[in-house]
Design a protein around this ligand. Structure first.
Ligand code: WT7
Length: 656
């Protein structure tokens, strides 16, 4: 573990923001008493939320924590996620309710009139889900099988996820921006039998092939027997006879009825691979009953969801935010959401505000990095649109600096929308620390306090709870949506999260401060994870991508703060051939990383050194590299094997 990052982006403002009186008066939760009630009996609190779902069999026990860190929630209970997200709303007469207003990136391009915008109802989703579930069954997929999903932001992505839950298959969604190589690795380690993908995805108006770009991986994936391809862009992708099937034809031919499989509360729901502190991604496994309970509960209480809300979570379905707050939370609650396919600045930089105004979005949930881009583009752009429908704003993925918070509040929220800064992780499955907008007085930059039923603490270097000040963030009570294990790596799960402080204290991996009002200020990661635009990458992953290039002898990667993306990746490389230091080589290496992992992992800068700064025992001194990159005065370098390498690096950095 490295030392804690500083609070540099979190310079406090003194201003605080109580819930606007009108907002508090109509909020479902407006009495701070809920915190005490939930703390007095957390199991009863979560059981109340769970009872809002449809259970095929009631549970016997809310929580079994007799064998920590292995929790069992709602043991004995049976339910089906798709039935909770779809059937029950249709049965209640809400089949015509819109689940998603889907907006294509090129919605206004000529010829898109009939396919650029779709109002997707709960009935339509249910029909497509049942049909696609039958398609999968026909391809030999059953309960417990793993299904890969590698898709653009199209409605079929949500259908594919829901169809998996219908038959008890376990989905493994891989963000569409990851490379073929990353996709292959994630399919291989999870033993996926089927992949659902698209012919292509739109990138700033032009199709970027998906199916063709991943075609080479299938030969090496022994367990993968079928591929289903959504035709998004009419690009006529290569299709292997017998293995590859088009979505539309298969779904049309399928039986429209597929009864939902009764699943145990603890049956696996999905896997989502995320970066850890080694090169090998971790397969976070979520299960059924507890996960659905907490995503539905948090979507309801944190966003103070009302019947007529138009909810817009502007994340990608390929990340946990999309899983929990585009798909499962909103659908379980029968909400109406916006699903937008494309980039925030295509075809023009006010694209989002055009969408928000068109559909009268009332809740917007996005990441600080996007807010900072909008800040840069100027407040004139949102000002051109009627954003008066907005009543609540949310932030997620990284600390939000107070300047961005205040800008978001003023120029997007018109000064009257509360902001919920929600802290959570892929592992936690659902929101953990966040204001409740009808109760909590917010402080820009702080995620405030754990939601009712959740307990967090900050521990100092002697493992004692900190009353006021900084330390390591831990969670001290099990919660329903917690990851249950790492797929096929149960020891790594215990080792990574539950060893440092014992089996009933979850190690988050974030540094945080707690202030005089017991508000939490999350600072950033304390492990070798870099958070680029709210996306998690590990230094080891990028390092191993770099050294897999034949021209690289050695590489070290660090995260540095970046005004736009929160953190950025900087790498230090020792080339095989010392003369390989120029811009061409840098371009080649960045391209190589894009191919190995994905564009999001490309280093912002690459610096070259004949040797990397190492201790005498050969350990790369990353802290020193970080100081060099930040232009900081260097501390003690006496442990360095060859101090001259530092001067070379310094010269490159100051030279731009
Ligand atoms: C890490 C988790 C949660 C979905 C998106 C990211 C950072 C997340 C906040 C926040 C400060 C935050 C943490 C966390 N993070 N939300 N509101 N304030 N930091 O999920 O990829 O699993 O990353 O993102 O460092 O550990 P993830």
């Amino acid at each position: 573990m490295r030392d804690q990052p500083e609070l540099d982006v979190l310079l406090k403002t003194e201003e605080t923001f109580p819930p606007p009186p009108g907002f508090a008066a109509s909020a479902e939760l407006s009495d701070p008493e809920v915190y005490d009630r939930a703390a007095a009996d957390p199991e009863a609190w979560w059981a109340d939320w769970a009872a809002r779902l449809d259970w095929m069999e009631p549970w016997d026990t809310v929580l079994d924590w007799s064998d920590p860190p292995h929790a069992t929630w709602f043991a004995g209970g049976k339910l089906n996620v798709s039935a909770n997200c779809l059937d029950r709303h249709v049965a209640a007469g809400n089949g015509d309710r819109v689940a998603y207003f889907w907006e294509a990136e090129d919605a206004d391009a000529p010829g898109q009139e009939d396919r650029g915008r779709k109002a997707i109802t709960y009935s339509w989703l249910l029909d497509q889900t049942q049909r696609f579930a039958n398609v999968m069954k026909g391809l030999g997929v059953g309960k417990g099988d793993v299904v890969g999903i590698y898709m653009p932001m199209v409605p079929e992505a949500a259908v594919a996820m829901l169809a998996c839950t219908r038959i008890g298959a376990i989905h493994n969604v891989v963000f569409g921006g990851f490379s073929a190589e990353s996709l292959k690795e994630r399919m291989e380690v999870s033993g996926a039998k089927l992949l659902v993908t698209a012919d292509a995805t739109l990138r700033r108006g032009s199709p970027m092939p998906m199916k063709a770009s991943i075609d080479s991986i299938f030969d090496e994936l022994e367990e993968m027997s079928s591929v289903v391809v959504v035709n998004r862009c009419d690009t006529d992708p290569p299709m292997a006879e017998g293995r590859d099937h088009f979505w539309a034809e298969s779904v049309e031919a399928a039986d429209p009825v597929c009864e939902p499989e009764p699943m145990d509360a603890e049956d696996p729901l999905y896997l989502l691979y995320t970066s850890g502190s080694t090169a090998k991604p971790k397969g976070i496994m979520h299960t059924t009953g507890g996960y659905l309970t907490q995503v539905a509960a948090t979507h309801q209480m944190v966003f103070d969801l009302k019947d007529d809300d138009i909810f817009w979570c502007a994340a990608d379905i390929g990340w946990v935010t999309g899983h929990s707050y585009i798909v499962y939370g909103p659908l379980a609650n029968g909400a109406t959401s916006i699903m937008y396919e494309g980039a925030p600045d295509y075809p023009q930089k006010d694209r989002w505000w055009q969408i928000a105004a068109r559909y009268k979005a009332s809740i917007l949930y996005t990441a600080p990095t996007v807010i900072r881009s909008f800040m840069k583009w100027g407040e004139e752009l949102p000002a051109k649109h009627d954003l008066s429908s907005l009543r609540l704003l949310g932030s997620v993925g990284e600390p939000i600096n107070p300047r961005a918070w205040l800008w978001y509040h003023k120029y997007i929220g018109g000064g009257h929308c509360p902001i919920v800064d929600t802290w959570w992780q892929t592992e936690t499955g659902a929101i953990m620390i966040s204001p409740l907008p009808g109760i909590t007085t917010t402080k820009p930059g702080s995620a405030t306090v754990p939601i009712p039923g959740i307990e967090a603490a900050i521990l100092d270097s002697e493992d004692n709870p900190v009353e006021e000040g900084g330390g390591t963030l831990v969670l001290t009570r099990p919660w329903p949506a917690m990851a249950r294990t790492l797929f096929n790596e149960p020891e790594r799960y215990v080792e990574t999260y539950w060893k440092r402080y014992g089996p009933d204290t979850y190690l988050v991996g974030d540094a945080a401060h707690i202030d005089e009002d017991d508000y939490f200020w999350i600072v950033g990661r304390i492990d070798d994870v870099i958070n680029v635009s709210g996306h998690r990458l590990s230094t080891m992953e990028v390092e191993s991508a770099l050294v897999s290039h034949p021209g690289v002898a050695e590489a070290a990667v660090i995260g540095v703060s970046d005004e736009a993306t929160g953190q950025a990746i900087i790498s230090f490389v020792t080339p095989q051939d010392a003369s390989n230091r120029g811009d061409d080589f840098t371009t080649e290496l960045r391209q190589h990383v894009a191919e190995r992992i994905g564009k999001l992992a490309r280093p912002r800068g690459i610096y070259y050194a004949d040797d990397l700064p190492k201790t005498r025992s050969g350990k790369i001194m990353r802290r020193l590299l970080r100081d060099v990159a930040d232009g900081k005065a260097l501390g003690d370098v006496s442990t360095l094997k060859d101090p001259s390498v530092i001067d070379d690096l310094k010269a490159q950095i100051s030279g731009g």
